[in-house]
Design a protein around this ligand. Structure first.
Ligand code: GLN
Ligand code: ZN
Length: 769
């Protein structure tokens, strides 16, 4: 370990913390407020208490500079829109009537007014509200929230650093407002926005902020020369302001690349860089750029978005290297801790041996503090922590959970042939046609049917011990009978069992695979008051027994028509979990794929002629930099083909993805070699079909003809028109008829009416072929 001491003492800090509280108090208070059960003062009181508890906890743990402004009642990007006065016209009246209700109206919409669009925050599973901007947008500073939270922290006697979304990323994350030309670049508003930031910075300075952090994560993505120039201009201008706090520009989730030397040259006072995973390239890039002479470097060496303990000695070595590259190095988590659960000590059901490997937000704070002490040469004080850390890491490496010899041997024996079907598509298609004897334009659905009240109640009763497994499974069988009977009566060609046994498409499989852990309280914010508990992929993956076969077999026993079996694909199984960091993702994906491959085998043996492997996450897990896309897509598609490659030629493999824009993964979709792919297409009027045809996609396609995101029932004529549009691109023998996605969020009445219209439209178009 290092005993080198820095010129200035290293400080420990973080950029943000989970907002919800240990019992998700924020969710309860907010939803209570929406329902009129919680008074506005009580919501505000809960929020203030949670902020205070977080700051006190951070300070007691040894964090020298606490962040402020990262807290949010809904989303920090929406908070930024409020801070700069970018309120869409349609929300102005509501905001004027009540700032708080207007804020929630922008987030969630009202009966009459649509909310802002929501999209993924980089490649995390957090979603933000997209700012809507246009040439007429005028900004006005509204720093009230930032100022109030700074003052709260200062009143506690703490050194506080406001954290704001930076102006460049704010604009790069925005989209043209409705009615504005689609090619309007929000970044064109930079000159107009900077004075607003200057005003907020001055106000924060006056309120006692010595440092302010401006987050610029958008600069870790590929940026055009003009975007980079805009970033340089922005920080040139903000840095040149007279009355301002010191400015720390933060980036995370990946390397800064060309933006690094550029920001280093601006007159800001410090950079915060991510040194974990792919972003570790920042180290070499920083050295090549000549370091940050005269500036502060905040080193994100503790992974802020995964759940594993840090390798403290390795981080200390990185920090020691960084010491020579800046005028003071501070220690931080790589990004806001928003993306990890709160505290491992809440996990009482976890094997204590395994819990030692895990580090949630609270534990990460301790790691950051320990590393700062180590960097300050306090080797005696942290000796015990280092020894414990070494032992925990060793126990993880040596554990049979992370090293299952049978799983490893099987992974190593995989050959290229395993990841390929035994016959090419045209021959498979002929065999499948003979076996399935489907009409042209066959109708099907994506898998789930409405989750009924009876089903939800039964699941809750099972969890609470009010009913036993037998009663619960009888409920599931009843649902399957209803779903099969409905589909037969409706005249659907390829049926599904409706997925009533699944709470969640990833969790259901995670619970049955060895190598996955579940948490009790590991909540992570997905958006607003919605939290998810991602499973943790902790060890080598194997399948103790069939996971879906009995339900599919039961469904098939009820009908003479083919029932399509449903699996969640390996890429999605990784994307919506916390994934182990002690081996490449490709290796983990391969293990999951091999387990799923056995499920495909068992389904075939049980008589399934059609099997769907869902990969809705294939595109959303794309690395942030295009240079990394090919490497990712290579292992991702291989994992899919390994899942399905053992299937008989006359078994029809379907896949499904939930999006309509997939230009950047078109080749990968082809590489999956699935016999049939279904995609979202209703809203884009079959654009997907046109694009696939344009790329000479050779296999079968089911572009969605029923938008399942709203309760609206599409008319038969409208569906028929979409089908005819699809037929202009894809020939009838390769075109399927299906909804955009699963039906689990819909109600039965709409589903009944909609699917009846879908079948009627398919019949009508078929009759005129
Ligand atoms: N088969 C799943 C369902 O129908 C697919 C869900 C998804 O694509 N996200 O619910
Ligand atoms: Zn979908």
């Amino acid at each position: 370990m290092t005993t080198k001491s820095a010129a200035a003492a290293a400080r420990a800090t973080v950029y943000g913390y989970p907002r919800q509280g240990s019992n998700r108090e924020l969710k309860k208070a907010t939803e209570g407020y929406w329902q009129g059960r919680v008074a506005v003062e009580d919501l505000r009181g809960t929020a203030a208490r949670l902020r205070r508890a977080t700051w006190e906890q951070l300070s007691e743990a040894g964090i020298d500079e606490v962040p402020t402004g990262h807290f949010s009642l809904y989303d920090h990007v929406l908070d930024t829109s409020v801070m700069v006065g970018a309120i869409p016209d349609r929300h102005r009246a509501a905001v004027a009537a009540s700032a708080l209700d207007g804020y929630f109206a922008m987030a969630r919409g009202t009966q009459d007014v649509a909310p802002l669009e929501m999209t993924k925050w980089f490649d995390t599973n957090y979603h933000y509200l997209v700012p809507e901007l246009g040439p007429d947008t005028s900004f006005a500073a509204d720093p009230a929230k930032q100022l109030a939270e700074l003052k709260e922290a200062i009143a506690l006697g703490l050194t506080a650093r406001p954290v704001l979304l930076g102006p460049v990323s704010y604009l790069l994350l925005a989209k043209p407002a409705p009615g504005v030309a689609g090619d309007f670049p929000p970044l064109a508003l930079l000159e107009r926005l900077l004075p607003v930031y200057a005003e907020v910075l001055a106000d924060l300075r006056a309120a006692g902020a010595r440092w302010v952090q401006l987050d610029e994560p958008a600069l870790v993505q590929d940026r055009s020369p003009s975007e980079l120039a805009a970033a340089a201009r922005a920080y040139g201008e903000l840095g040149a302001l007279g009355d301002r706090p010191k400015i720390l520009v933060a980036s995370y989730f990946d390397r800064l690349g060309p933006a690094l030397p550029l920001l280093a040259k601006t007159p800001v006072d410090g950079l915060a860089l991510d040194f974990t995973g792919r972003a570790a390239a920042n180290l070499g890039d920083l050295a090549a750029a000549g370091g940050l002479p005269g500036k502060r470097l905040v080193a994100g060496v503790v992974d802020g978005r995964n759940v594993w303990i840090n390798d403290l000695e390795r981080s200390l070595a990185t920090l020691a290297t960084l010491l020579g590259l800046a005028d003071g190095v501070d220690v931080a988590a790589s990004c806001s801790l928003l993306h990890v659960p709160l505290d491992t000590s809440a996990e009482r059901d976890l094997d204590p041996q395994i819990a030692r490997w895990l580090s949630f937000a609270r534990q990460k704070v301790t790691e950051v503090v320990t590393l700062a002490r180590g960097l300050n040469g306090d080797s005696v004080a942290i000796g015990a922590q280092l020894a414990a850390n070494r032992a925990d890491l060793a126990s993880r490496t040596a554990s049979p959970l992370t090293r299952d010899p049978a799983v490893r041997a099987r992974g190593e024996a995989v050959t290229g042939a395993d990841a390929r079907r035994s016959l090419p598509y045209p021959e498979r298609a002929a065999a499948q046609r003979t076996r399935l004897a489907l009409p042209p334009l066959p109708t099907t659905t994506i898998g789930s049917f409405p989750q009924t009240t009876e089903l939800r109640t039964a699941r809750a009763d099972l969890r609470a011990g009010r009913i036993g497994t037998e009663a619960y499974e009888e409920r599931v069988r009843t649902e399957i009978r209803d779903v099969i009977a409905f589909q037969e009566a409706a005249g659907i060609d390829v049926l599904v069992h409706g997925e009533p046994e699944r709470n969640d498409m990833v969790q259901y499989f995670a619970e049955q695979l060895t190598g996955y852990l579940a948490t009790q309280s590991g909540w992570v914010q997905s958006y607003g008051t919605r939290y998810v508990r991602p499973p943790i992929l902790a060890g080598d993956v194997s399948r103790p027994g069939p996971m879906t076969v009995r339900w599919t077999r039961y469904a098939q026993s009820l009908t003479g028509r083919p029932v399509k079996a449903m699996l969640t694909g390996p890429v999605t199984m990784l994307a919506w979990s916390f994934v182990r960091d002690d081996q490449p993702r490709a290796d983990t994906a391969r293990q999951v794929a091999l387990a799923l491959r056995d499920e495909v085998d068992d389904l075939e043996a049980a008589g399934s002629a059609v099997i769907q492997v869902d990969e809705p996450a294939l595109r959303e897990t794309l690395p942030l930099r295009t240079a990394d896309h090919a490497g990712y897509l290579a292992w991702a598609t291989e994992a899919f083909r390994l899942t399905t490659g053992g299937a008989r030629p006359d078994t029809q493999i379907h896949t499904h993805m939930c999006y309509a824009e997939f230009g950047d993964v078109l080749d990968a979709i082809d590489d999956l070699d699935a016999d049939v792919i279904s995609l979202e297409a209703a809203r884009s009027h079959m654009q997907v079909a046109v694009e696939l045809a344009g790329a000479d996609y050779p296999r079968e396609v089911g572009p969605g003809v029923y938008d399942i995101h709203a309760p609206r029932v599409p008319g038969a004529a409208e569906v028929a028109a979409l089908l005819r549009k699809g037929l202009e691109a894809i020939p009838a023998e390769r075109l399927w008829v299906n909804p955009d996605c699963g039906l689990k969020t819909r109600g039965w009445p709409e589903v009944r009416a909609s699917l009846a219209n879908v079948v009627a439209a398919a019949r009508e178009v078929r009759a005129r072929l």
